[in-house]
Design a protein around this ligand. Structure first.
Ligand SMILES: [Fe+2]
Ligand SMILES: [Fe+2]
Length: 269
């Protein structure tokens, strides 16, 4: 599930996720929570609510530290990760292995892109080093690997996807808040989507109230603080089926539930 933005996104996610999990027979759910707290950061209470609603792992992004209370919390919660290419010594972790039903294990990692973002360490080499520690498949150390690339530029995300094609189950982008229509299985078996979209109100500028957000482009003087839009959220995400024998993807579809965007719901029997 893409970036959860503000109360509208939080309420929709916690309300709908249990039903969505059941309907899709989902074994494993990852949620990006970097904008949950009024658009900026994630509080520990919100993280607990997402986990209780059915998230197995929560990822963050460039807004990871906007709510400072998350810093002690992330040290204690293995199901919450931040981009792994922050400098050495950054609190928390950027990759985690979590149990899935049937004794299976899933590696989830997050990196942040460097184009048009705060430059961090190399996301490609950071991911490569982590993935090299694991083997994927029936006899492997994990049965699936999920990579969240939190980045602005489509080119960087695609380059990342192709770099790890055949070695991970899914590469999915977050951060732009706009779902892309390019979800596909890459030629060596990795599911891919440039951006999952957001869980938030699309009558907005990437989840924030449109008036104030638009003014920032019209006028170059400080205006009112941005606040999340409060209309009904669309939950945007990506649905992937994998083959436990290989860890690779066999099916990929987009999920869009509620709110203004055209609805998409995979049929699962
Ligand atoms: Fe975001
Ligand atoms: Fe972001």
């Amino acid at each position: 599930m893409g970036d959860v933005v503000g109360r509208s996104g939080r309420d929709a996610l916690t309300r709908e996720l249990p039903g969505l999990r059941a309907k899709l027979k989902a074994d494993f759910v990852v949620v990006n929570g970097e904008n949950a707290s009024h658009g900026f950061g994630l509080s520990p209470d919100m993280a607990r609510a997402f986990l209780a609603a059915g998230a197995d792992v929560i990822t963050l992004g460039n807004h990871a530290w906007d709510r400072k209370e998350i810093i002690p919390y992330i040290e204690t919660e293995a199901r919450l990760i931040r981009p792994m290419n922050y400098p050495p010594g950054t609190p928390g972790r950027g990759a985690t292995v979590i149990d899935a039903p049937g004794g299976r294990k899933v590696l989830v990692l997050q990196v942040m892109g460097r184009l048009f973002m705060d430059p961090l360490d190399d996301p490609f080499r950071a991911a490569q080093a982590e993935i090299a520690k694991h083997t994927m498949g029936a006899q492997g150390s994990v049965q699936a690997i999920i990579c969240d690339i939190h980045a602005e530029a489509s080119s960087e995300k695609l380059a990342f996807g192709h770099s790890f094609d055949g070695r991970v189950s899914l590469v999915v982008g977050t951060h732009t808040h706009i779902p892309t229509a390019d979800h596909q299985i890459l030629e060596n078996g990795t599911a891919y989507q440039t951006d999952a979209g957001m869980c938030g109100d699309y009558n907005s500028v990437i989840g924030m109230q449109k008036g104030g957000a638009a003014l920032r482009f019209w006028k170059k003087v400080p205006g009112e603080k941005l606040a999340p839009a409060e209309g009904e959220a669309t939950l945007c995400g990506i649905f992937v089926e994998t083959d436990d024998a290989t860890g690779l993807a066999t099916r990929v579809e987009a999920v869009r539930l509620g709110g203004r965007l055209s609805q998409l719901m995979p049929a699962v029997d």
